[in-house]
Design a protein around this ligand. Structure first.
Ligand code: ARE
Length: 605
């Protein structure tokens, strides 16, 4: 019995540990009370339909304490069937009409704003105000709401005189004037120094404020001269009284370089801190996290920095650590929510294979399909970190302290006496006794479960005499905070209530989106014997058919709790092997699929 119990406890501690692509099951009921406290965490529901966002606010974001959703641009945009409706259609405005985008109607948008507000969640709009449509990939019209247009001519809104005179691409990025007055990837650059243009942009943003929008991401902010942006922002109204009635929250997309710093824009609001993104991504990708207590020092002041592990551009153009990296990526997003620097922005993505311009799951007319986190290519990786949002909110205002490390890949720290979190970016579990100033009691582990309406669905840990003992899963975390009491299950603490499945073996199901030519085969190969010990011929062969292609699938039994690395390979008929690019994918065998199973959803790199 003793052996069985400790095995069950170990496996249960691994339950729900970061399996990036498998969403945690989250409680879903409209009757949840909104959690108290500071709610500033932003989630970017990239490309989601308005109706799907409304549902997510009600069932998941509100109950878990998310503060705001960054929604994709709501204004009329170009429609590009010839390019298979790329995601970036949205970043080429045709007009400021909200009537129809690929994500739904104006009525849907309004309903989303209201539903999310009732759930305690703000809507931040991605405001594309630096430019209109471009050259080359701009289509011939009409736009998504039926408006006709051509570059520099948008009937009823802007004509040629409303655009800057430098009508060519930015070539010298060291010349600030050029960066702010010439064209970003050929996009018609609005003359934001003109009072008419300032009024027009402000009217668009004020219409959104009237509808209840609480803030804006200013797209391509560094391409708008600071003074012009100030003139636009000074025209903005106050937001809905539910959000305090002050000025909207502004965060500006400024990718700092030697020509333009984030500091040039902080007097206007917050800024995106890209150096944080690089620092945290490299640290977790390399398993080198022991020094991260000081993450953010020397960067933009914390209260002005919006921080993120990845955004919709970097996951495509400069990937360091993304959803394709599995557990380490989830772990990095959890760390961001545990660490005090900046305002965290969690990414929620969809997969694509091949061309990075691929749009979200869509209907044949290019409109976006509703999000189903268990279908299509939606990843919903924000759900895998939802428990940590409560941690972030509960420890607000508490400093970081009492750090413990063990080698380069392990770090634990306190957030005052309000919370304690341990991170393990290695492939082996980390068992130790931690000293904490959390009051004695039983706590819910919100890194491996969630705490909603008083119910903990993860493991629990007992703090006694200022200490607790935990096994931090390989490539996983443990996080306890004062607002999430736990309860010990029949198998003891460290076990979810009711006990987990007593799995010693887990059926791992791999689902990989891989484009192949006739005759090629696909296999998954990895560091453990079950995955061929890196010998492609001994890997696990995946299968596809005309109904599922380009998704290749296969299953194999793996020992529970083991950390491993893997990659996909294409096997050519002549015996040669093509490996996918990038670092090894990192995972730990767990029971997150339920019934002693685990799912991996990946795309060929
Ligand atoms: C598309 C086509 C182009 C075509 C254009 C016009 O891809 O070939 O010329 O349409 O027809 C997104 C896509 C673009 C897309 C555009 C419009 O990424 O591919 O162009 O929408 O549909 C710089 C900017 C920064 C910008 C990044 C991408 O400073 O503001 O480039 N990011 C935002 C959004 C993007 C969006 C736009 C702006 C445009 O997040 O998603 O583009 O609205 C260094 C520099 C950075 C620079 C970075 C990358 O780090 O310091 O300043 O970022 O390199 O170049």
């Amino acid at each position: 019995m003793g052996v069985r119990r400790s095995l069950a406890a170990l496996l249960a501690a691994l339950l729900g540990c970061a399996t990036s692509l498998v969403a945690l099951t989250v409680a879903a009921s409209p009757a949840h009370a909104a959690p108290s406290g500071n709610r500033d965490v932003i989630v970017h529901l990239f490309q989601w339909r308005w109706k799907s966002i409304a549902d997510e606010c009600r069932t998941t974001l509100g109950p878990h304490g998310f503060g705001a959703v960054q929604v994709s641009p709501p204004q009329e945009h170009v429609v590009l069937p010839a390019e298979d409706y790329p995601w970036w259609q949205d970043y080429q405005p045709v007009s400021y009409k909200l009537d129809q985008t690929r994500r739904g109607s104006r009525a849907d948008f309004i309903d989303m704003v209201n539903t999310c507000r009732e759930a305690g969640v703000k809507i931040y709009v991605d405001a594309v105000i630096n430019h209109m449509t471009g050259t080359g990939s701009a289509g011939a019209g009409p736009g998504s709401a039926g408006s006709s247009y051509s570059k520099y001519d948008y009937p009823g809104i802007y004509q040629s005189q409303d655009f800057n005179d430098c009508r060519r691409d930015i070539t010298n990025w060291n010349d600030k004037w050029e960066v702010q007055h010439c064209e970003l990837v050929g996009l018609a650059d609005l003359k934001t120094s003109s009072p008419y243009v300032q009024d027009r942009i402000a009217a668009y943003l004020n219409e959104l404020i009237d509808l209840g929008v609480a803030g804006f991401r200013i797209d391509a902010a560094k391409h708008i001269p600071e003074g012009d942006l100030q003139a636009i922002l000074s025209r903005l109204k106050n937001v809905h009284p539910a959000w305090g009635g002050g000025k909207p929250y502004i965060f500006q997309e400024v990718i700092a370089d030697s020509t333009i710093s984030t500091g040039s824009y902080t007097h206007l609001g917050s800024v995106t801190e890209f150096q944080y993104h690089r620092d945290i991504s490299h640290a977790f990708a390399n398993g080198n996290i022991a020094h991260l207590t000081g993450l953010g020092s020397g960067l933009t002041p914390s209260d002005k920095a919006v921080v993120f592990v990845v955004n919709h551009d970097t996951q495509r153009y400069e990937p360091i650590l993304t959803h394709t990296d599995g557990a380490r990526y989830d772990l990095a997003q959890k760390f961001m929510l545990a660490h005090p620097y900046g305002t965290p922005k969690v990414m929620s993505s969809y997969t694509w294979s091949g061309d990075d311009k691929a749009g979200p799951p869509m209907h044949s007319d290019g409109t976006t399909r509703p999000t189903d986190c268990s279908a299509d290519r939606w990843l919903c990786e924000h759900r895998a970190v939802a428990g940590m949002v409560g941690f972030h909110n509960a420890v607000a205002g508490q400093g970081i302290g009492s750090a413990v490390t063990d080698g380069n890949g392990r770090l634990a720290f306190a957030r005052g006496s309000a919370g304690y979190a341990a991170f393990n970016a290695t492939n082996t579990a980390w068992t130790r006794t931690f000293t904490t100033s959390l009051p004695d009691g039983v706590y819910c582990d919100v890194a491996n479960g969630t705490f909603v309406d008083g119910v903990c669905d993860g493991p629990s840990y007992q703090v006694s005499g200022g200490k607790f003992t935990a096994t931090v899963p390989a490539n996983g975390a443990v996080a306890l905070h004062v607002e999430a009491p736990g309860s010990c299950g029949p198998d003891g603490c460290g076990t979810p209530p009711g006990g987990g499945d007593d799995c010693t073996t887990v059926t791992a199901r791999f689902h990989a989106t891989v484009t192949t030519w006739y005759g090629q085969e696909v296999a998954v190969v990895g560091s453990i014997p079950e995955l061929g010990s890196w010998q492609p011929a001994q890997g696990v062969r995946l299968r596809t058919d005309s109904g599922t292609y380009p998704v290749w699938s296969g299953a194999v039994d793996l020992p529970a709790g083991v950390g491993f690395e893997y990659k996909y390979v294409k096997l050519n008929p002549d015996g040669t092997v093509e490996w996918e690019q990038g670092g090894n994918r990192i995972a730990t065998v767990d029971d997150s699929g339920g019934g002693c199973s685990q799912n991996f959803y990946d795309s060929w790199r």
